[in-house]
Design a protein around this ligand. Structure first.
Ligand code: DX5
Ligand code: ZN
Length: 221
């Protein structure tokens, strides 16, 4: 079963708790939380306080995506606020191995994200340490951007590497996920999918999530 993680970046922030509960009722698996610092990416979003409020609104795991420099300064606060997993960007972490260890020591699942231009080989020496790789299918910073097909070979090569090492690795794709783009990502070996504008921009969250699931299982249509 694919894991569907609606991104609250595209939710109505004035009614955030309701918006989170609505996707939970609609069948979401995780809540994806996009944290941006105005430095690693050209946008500013939310901090640990909002994660704490999200934690109180749902029982779903909170999938926290840190698009920030020096994530070691804030990882403890996000775990404390209720993050289930914390994902840092390889490009933002000169000491990536240490960042992963820190998140694990804090008791959360650790993820690493790769920008579109970053090769999978950047993870050669840490793949065994992470629970999740978040493959960016847009340049991070904003919701609603067009999907970049360059991720297909990246997903496939990550899945191959994980299989060769016998790892139970979760591969998540983030950016431009729709009923058209999710199927080939799933086929290439991804098992979790962030969907911001596709879910929150739809009039019926349950129907949108249903279409994403159906596109991953075309044989059952
Ligand atoms: C982009 C964020 C994504 C974003 C996805 O920087 O990491 O999680 O919210 O939004 P959509 O699904 O609209 O591309
Ligand atoms: Zn994200």
């Amino acid at each position: 079963m694919p894991i569907i993680a609606p991104s609250i970046l595209s939710a109505d922030f004035g009614r955030l708790a309701d918006e989170i509960r609505a996707v939970e009722r609609a069948g979401a698996d995780w809540i994806h939380v996009d944290v941006m610092d105005g430095r690693f990416v050209p946008n500013l979003t939310i901090g640990p306080l909002v994660v704490r409020a999200a934690r109180a609104a749902t029982r779903l795991p909170l999938d926290v995506h840190l698009m920030i420099v020096e994530p070691e300064r804030y990882a403890p606060a996000f775990v404390e606020a209720g993050a289930y997993q914390v994902t840092v960007h390889a490009e933002a972490c000169p000491h990536l191995h240490r960042n992963i260890q820190q998140i694990r020591d804090l008791g959360a699942r650790a993820g690493v994200s790769l920008n579109p231009a970053t090769p999978v080989s950047a993870l050669d020496h840490v793949l065994d340490l992470v629970d999740l790789v978040l493959v960016m299918s847009v340049n991070p910073g904003f919701g609603g951007q067009a999907f970049l097909p360059l991720v297909f070979p990246k997903i496939a090569s990550l899945r191959r590497a994980a299989d060769q090492r016998g790892l139970d690795l979760c591969i998540e794709v983030d950016g431009g996920i729709t009923h058209d783009t999710i199927g080939p990502c799933h086929e290439a070996g991804a098992d979790a999918f962030v969907a911001g504008s596709y879910v929150y921009g739809s009039g019926d969250y349950g129907a949108a999530i249903g279409r994403l699931r159906a596109a991953c299982a075309p044989e059952t249509l």
